[in-house]
Design a protein around this ligand. Structure first.
Ligand code: SP5
Ligand code: ZN
Length: 343
């Protein structure tokens, strides 16, 4: 199996994020995550690790707003040049003011724009964020290209992850939506489905494809009424315009176990069969695992294996994209267990 990995991800290493209540904690989305996965993959005879190809900005600008991408590219350098009133040491750009409510005028100032584009306190921008996010998108595009040519499956070891990034927003460790960029690329060659199994709802992916019927998007996740990202991921959100009927959310509950998850996955699989895509993209967050510090599901490694088998039985050319997963000790084993079904 072709694996796409870039060490440029190491340049994205925010020192902190802010949890509920204002608690400043070390960023859970650490470089160690990808390094652990890479290390486990290197022990597998089936894993062929490649550097990504550079696809340029065009495939990214087809799913993201151009001003947003310019902001991602330039904002950290501008922030470092900004005089601040107090003399604290600046390591990341993270706003403190957000446009909740009706009014969303786009401001001209840097911090105003930061509040406009950054949705929450788990998406700080540091010096290497843009380069790493572009490299991750190129891993996804390279994986897409592999299944367009002669590969039955491929894995993009993307870091930072992508599924919370919308057309013009970053959030929850995500800046560029790798799965969306790849699915849009694939959709030029044939109908494409994205199945998101990350513990958190794929709200960015939902945002990007909500009015499209050529890309079916499905997300299985914990109930956003009680879990991040809170504001999307509900079952009644099924697409709009010509996209109506082409998005589906399957919210589950805290403590969901293997059998319960597999039952819901069966419904998602039937929807995919009815859509009959030429290509399948999996947003593979491993934070559905029972031992995840940010998740509340009760899925075992064996459950992850069964999920992989069920999806591989669809028999479609499949691109697997790395999303979340924060139990670093189990991460490598969990994702390789999932991937082995597609070898
Ligand atoms: C890609 C991805 O999985 N992003 C997830 C972002 C979640 N950010 C919100 C974190 C809130 C964590 N609060 C749980 C405290 C656990 N003790
Ligand atoms: Zn997640």
């Amino acid at each position: 199996m072709y694996i796409f990995y870039s060490d440029v991800h190491l340049q994205h290493n925010p020192a902190f994020e802010i949890f509920d209540g204002g608690e400043k904690v070390p960023n859970f989305e650490s470089p160690e995550r990808a390094e652990r996965i890479l290390k486990t993959l290197k022990q597998k005879s089936w894993a062929e690790i490649h550097s990504p190809t550079d696809f340029g900005m065009e495939p990214i600008l087809e799913v993201h707003d151009a001003d947003y991408i310019t902001f991602l590219q330039n904002s950290f350098a501008e922030w470092m040049q900004t005089e601040t009133e107090t003399n604290f040491s600046k390591s990341a750009l993270l706003p403190a003011t957000f446009p909740a409510g009706k009014w969303r005028h786009k401001p001209v100032s840097l911090l105003g724009k930061a509040g406009y584009y950054i949705q929450d306190l788990s998406a700080p921008i540091v010096e290497g964020t843009f380069a790493a996010a572009i490299a991750a998108a190129n891993c996804a595009l390279s994986g897409a290209n592999a299944i367009l040519t002669n590969q039955k499956s491929s894995f993009a070891l993307c870091r930072p992850p992508g599924h919370h990034a919308g057309k013009a927003s970053c959030a929850g460790y995500c800046y560029i939506n790798n799965a969306a960029v790849a699915a849009n690329f694939l959709s030029k060659r044939g109908k494409t489905a994205i199945l998101d199994i990350d513990y958190h709802a794929g709200n960015g992916t939902q945002d990007i494809f909500y009015d499209r019927c050529d890309v079916l998007t499905i997300s299985i996740h914990d109930d956003p009424g009680h879990a991040y990202p809170y504001f999307a991921g509900y079952p009644e959100e099924t697409g709009e315009g010509i996209g109506f009927g082409f998005h589906q959310n399957y919210p589950l509950f805290d403590g969901t176990n293997d059998d319960q998850y597999l039952e819901t996955l069966q419904m998602a699989v039937e929807k995919i069969i009815a859509f009959d895509p030429a290509y399948l993209v999996i947003s593979a967050g491993m934070d559905l695992y029972c031992g995840d510090p940010l998740g509340k599901f009760n899925i075992t490694t064996d459950g992850i294996n069964r999920i992989g088998k069920e999806i591989s039985n669809l028999g479609k050319p499949t691109l697997v994209i790395m999303e979340g997963g924060y139990n670093n000790d189990a991460l490598g084993t969990n994702i390789t267990t999932f991937l082995e079904n597609f070898v």
